[in-house]
Design a protein around this ligand. Sequence first.
Ligand code: F6R
Length: 242
Amino acid sequence: MKVLIFDTKETLFESLSHYYINEIKANPNIHLGLATGGTPVPLYEKLIEDHKLNKTSYKNVKTFNLDEYVGIEETHPQSYRTFMNETLFNHIDINLNNTKVPSGMASDLELEAKKYDKLLDEHGINIQLLGIGTNAHIGFNEPGSNLNSGTIIAPLTQETRDANVRFFNDMSEVPTVSITMGIGSILKADKIILVATGANKAEAIKNTIEGYITKDVPASALQTHNDVVIYLDKEAASLLSK
Ligand code: F6R
């Protein structure tokens, strides 16, 4: 794993957005695995800014999101579909038909998971973007998850629900279940970029990079992939020993 540490969030996202823009220009048909949550928002803002200024085109780009809440409609203000449309897709020239988010409202969720895996296998992801939970979850693969699985229907831990309540009116609205690409699906990407900012991610990052590969630290499975780059600000890197 390659670890890049930046003095500030601003310099981190400056560098990361340049990386993405160059990759999209070099391969206009690129397949991007995308994440939601707070962490990637500054990246998406910079991609929009660049699209407006330099006309970098997403016409032939395909995107595949990591996860979605189970039990809330696509049109719900807090669904990850709505998040992606509002935070990125509606502001660039991407064809919405080329943007995939698993459905959390499918009548047969197991079938939806299988269909999502088939879609991922048919297309393949060139660059998978990841955030990380304070408990080192990636996607919604919480501690204890199988490190090899495809897309799964996964319960959310209370820690994750606590972290995400900020997007909802109150805890009663926070979903308890998700549909998420499994760690096995994530590891199939050609390249993986994990981004973490802030001191609350420092322990998860230390365990991910310096700890054993274990189900207790889902992101530790990234140690088995041969092209992972971890972008950290100083705070998220603060517990690393070297
Ligand atoms: C989001 C996702 C999650 C988040 C993680 C960190 O699609 O799969 O793993 O990346 O919960 O969230 P933030 O960035 O809000 O701290």
